[in-house]
Write a protein that binds this ligand. Structure first.
Ligand code: FE
Length: 204
């Protein structure tokens, strides 16, 4: 565990979580060992590499891409290539005319199943408020300049609905395998605060 085992450096929220966990464990509602396994699962097994493979598959397989855009949860389940994801996952596709960004203005809803743990900035108040008021400015701060005339659409997640951005396939990757392509799909490109990497692995 951390070097803050005495609890003295925990935030108020962390203290509350720890208190709640202790009470629930003492009452027998949860098994701390199982809780540890769940946390470990999300820390080590679930991550943006899953989403990256979904995106890469969509780039090489038109039928999968169309199914993904129609119903991402169903398409991922039907493919048999990925772990199952929760209900109501919606894939939104970047095109030359439209760039998509994802936020949860209310709290921090995030497609954990395909992206793993959310980055700290995703949960921060400045991102959550500014991405709605000034999405282009936020995008610039992430180093992404949209072409003139491209629309920017911000999708607000809820407890029931999670979004996955399908970034544009980088030019110069014709004939690449899913594995090769997946290496170019960054976490941020699937949130919409970044783009997929170039064939050389550099930011676009
Ligand atoms: Fe939320």
């Amino acid at each position: 565990m951390s070097d803050h085992e005495d609890g003295s450096h925990l935030t108020e929220m962390e203290l509350r979580v720890r208190a709640l966990e202790t009470v629930l464990a003492e009452k027998g509602y949860i098994d701390p060992a199982v809780l540890d396994l769940i946390v470990e699962h999300f820390e080590t097994k679930v991550g943006p590499h899953i989403g990256a493979r979904v995106v890469a598959q969509a780039w090489v397989d038109t039928a999968f891409r169309q199914a993904l855009l129609a119903d991402a949860t169903a398409a991922i389940a039907a493919s048999g290539n990925f772990p199952p994801v929760g209900d109501h996952l919606i894939a939104v596709e970047n095109t030359p005319d439209q760039h998509n960004m994802v936020v949860c203005t209310l709290c921090s809803c995030y497609p954990w199943d395909v992206l793993g743990l959310p980055p700290v900035w995703y949960k921060s108040a400045p991102y959550r408020s500014r991405v709605v008021m000034d999405p282009r400015g936020v995008l610039r701060e992430f180093g992404v300049a949209l072409p003139e005339g491209a629309r920017l659409r911000v999708w607000d997640s809820t407890a029931e609905t999670r979004y996955l951005v399908l970034p544009r396939r980088p030019a110069g990757t014709e004939g690449w395998t899913v594995d090769q392509l997946a290496a170019l799909v960054t976490r941020d490109s699937m949130i919409g605060t970044g783009l997929a990497l170039t064939p050389e692995g550099d930011p676009q």
